[in-house]
Design a protein around this ligand. Structure first.
Ligand code: GLC
Length: 634
């Protein structure tokens, strides 16, 4: 990324240091420290540090200088809690990461930048001073950072059907990341969610390949038109492959599907991501027909790198290599299987030294050929040079002011409005300014509930977890002073004097397997009671469902005057109010089929089953009877 501050010069010394020292001698280093461009006339720089040379030439030169220690280190990504900056240099570590919620204390953008730069300065003490990447799950904004803009989760963006909007969200996310030093985003998830009982359904743009394929536009936003330009971060297409096709929607389970289905349903989004030049691909924890993806050479090397021509690097999922044999711990055999399958970088936690030692042993005995090690390093170093990491290794603090900026929040609010899907409406919507309204529900006034998992912490949590606008606050803002808005979480206090009621209910936050619901998708009793309390008053009730997926609403729907699928909107709840009051006409369309009851799962477009609402369903205001016309379909 682009260091825009005067301090950049000081950091360039670190980036240009030792090799230049060998070539130029100490006096010149201080000239270089002021910023490269003042390089003394005629001074040579080792080729791999020369940005005027082609990427391939720089990689060839660097590879020729690297020891086995350098190469093994580059293939290792370590979670920040298990390594010090000094160790990052000693072991020549190629990348670090913050797993979900792994934040500095205090959790501020500046503290993130300081943390990143400390690790980077450590990494740059390695003999060849190869800068390290820093990866994060910025899957709906820079969501580990308090105060960052939290955008709608992917399922809502799939409902919006707008690749340009998703690209812009990627660009905004990249700016917020650049300020904090995070230069590698483990996004987009291009999974195709086929069974809504899966805990990661909300991380999918939809149940058909064309939606995740279209939304790979996020890659263009994250990486920028020119990778390595200002606020350009590496994107990751994940999780390769068919993570959304497992039996019963079990996270990290087994996709027992024929190759024809794997190719037709789950592979196309990766083909599109590769076409867009995605820098990395993350392998899935899941299996295909009993074979762990982390050990599947045919698919990782044969299909992804061979058939699709992927030239970036493949990263394991977090500690995914140690899960190959289904037992705890990381073995040499698993290391060899994963690297020989085509994984180029291991994402590991506490056992990172075991990984390096294991790989060293497997190389020594010839199980892992040196050619595989060199190929992995070539792929990793090509992306580091392509993204300008050697020239600009430190956080670009000029972007710190974009974190949670008004412009980004305005973009998020527009995305929230575009993602709302009007499923039913007898005319109670749009709400009328000047009316007397009652708002209830456990998700109405709760940033944590409306943001879902992967927000500040891995699992997310209810409560005031980060600055933003709750749906209730949005309703009050958009309604204006002429409208009376009463609120009670449980609906207590409502009576027949109100013109309409809004119940904002849904799911508590979760992530990954914690969200698997093999037992069904029924509404929580608390939510049913809240809506029934409102209905008992005789006041028309509009239900706003804040959830990561379709839920079993059929048993209740007849008594609801309107239903809006709000998904997981993030911090800008006013976008929901914009639709409820008609300032934005509902335009969202279902990215997933809505079952009559979860016993129908998996249920998808074209499978001949009879859903409650079909894929593509979405109403709008005006037009046909009941005050709702179609927002379109498909
Ligand atoms: C997780 C997820 C993956 C994420 C990684 C790093 O377990 O499967 O999506 O990018 O670990 O947090």
């Amino acid at each position: 990324m682009h260091c825009s501050s005067a301090k950049a010069g000081r950091f360039r010394l670190l980036a240009l240091g030792l090799p230049t020292l060998l070539v130029l001698g100490p006096p010149a280093v201080f000239a270089l420290a002021t910023g490269g461009a003042e390089r003394p006339a005629g001074a040579a720089t080792v080729p791999y540090l020369d940005p005027s040379l082609p990427v391939a030439a720089r990689v060839d030169d660097l590879l020729s200088r690297m020891s086995l220690d350098d190469k093994l280190g580059q293939m290792t990504q370590v979670e920040r809690r298990y390594i010090t900056p000094a160790e990052a240099g000693t072991y020549r570590i190629g990348a670090l990461l913050s797993a979900g919620g792994s934040a500095p204390k205090p959790n501020t953008p500046e503290a993130w930048a300081d943390m990143h730069d400390a690790y980077q300065q450590g990494a740059l003490t390695s003999p060849l001073r190869i800068p390290a990447l820093y990866g994060v799950d910025a899957v709906h904004g820079h969501n580990n950072v308090a105060g960052a803009t939290i955008f709608p989760h992917d399922i809502g963006l799939g409902a919006a059907r707008d690749p340009a909007l998703v690209r812009d969200i990627g660009a905004a996310t990249a700016e917020e990341m650049a300020g904090t030093g995070a230069d590698w985003d483990f996004a987009p998830c291009v999974c195709v969610a086929r069974d809504d009982r899966w805990g990661r359904t909300y991380e999918s743009f939809g149940e058909v390949p064309e939606l995740p394929s279209a939304m790979t536009s996020l890659i263009d936003g994250l990486q920028g038109a020119e990778p390595g330009g200002p606020a350009s971060v590496l994107a990751t297409a994940k999780h390769f492959v068919a993570d959304g096709g497992t039996e019963g929607g079990r996270d990290r389970g087994d996709a027992r599907i024929p190759e024809e289905e794997l190719r037709a349903v789950h592979l196309p989004p990766f083909r599109e991501a590769v076409r867009r030049g995605v820098a990395s691909v993350m392998v899935s924890y899941s299996s295909w027909n009993g074979v762990k993806m982390h050990a599947n050479r045919d698919l990782v090397t044969g299909v992804l790198k061979g058939e699709l021509g992927f030239r970036g690097f493949v990263v394991s999922d977090y500690q995914g290599i140690g899960r190959i044999d289904g037992k705890a711990g990381l073995t040499r055999a698993e290391v060899a299987q994963a690297i020989n399958a085509g994984i180029d970088m291991a994402m590991v936690g506490a056992k990172w030294k075991d990984f390096i030692a294991g790989l060293r042993a497997e190389v020594a005995d010839g199980t892992v050929p040196m050619a595989r090690i060199d190929d992995a390093n070539r792929r990793i170093l090509t992306q580091k040079i392509r993204f300008g990491l050697f020239e600009r290794p430190m956080a670009d603090r000029g972007y710190l002011g974009t974190v949670g900026s008004a412009a980004h929040r305005a973009l998020a609010r527009r995305a929230v409005a575009r993602s709302q899907v009007l499923l039913k409406n007898d005319g109670v919507l749009p709400l009328r300014r000047g009316a007397k309204l009652f708002v209830a529900g456990r998700s109405a006034d709760d940033i944590g509930m409306q943001s879902g998992g992967w927000t500040i912490t891995w699992q997310g949590s209810p409560g005031k977890i980060t600055p933003g606008t709750t749906i209730l606050e949005g309703i009050k803002q958009v309604a204006g002073t002429a409208t009376k808005v009463a609120y009670d979480r449980d609906g207590d206090g409502i009576d027949g004097s109100y013109d309409a009621a809004v119940a904002v209910v849904g799911e508590k936050p979760y992530a990954e397997y914690h969200g698997d619901r093999p037992g069904g998708l029924a509404l929580d009793d608390e939510d049913v009671k809240t809506v029934d309390r409102l209905r008992a008053s005789g006041v028309p009730v509009a239900v706003v469902l804040v959830s990561g997926r379709p839920l079993d609403v059929a048993p209740h729907l007849a008594g609801w005057n309107a239903l809006v699928a709000s998904w997981l909107p993030g911090t800008e709840g006013a976008g929901v109010a914009d639709v409820l009051f008609g300032d934005a006409r509902p335009s969202g369309r279902l990215p997933v089929t809505w079952p009559r009851e979860s016993g129908q799962e998996p249920i998808n477009r074209g499978d001949g089953k009879d859903p409650l609402f079909p894929f593509g369903h979405g109403l709008t205001y005006g037009g046909a009877a009941g005050g709702s016309g179609r927002a379109g379909s498909g």
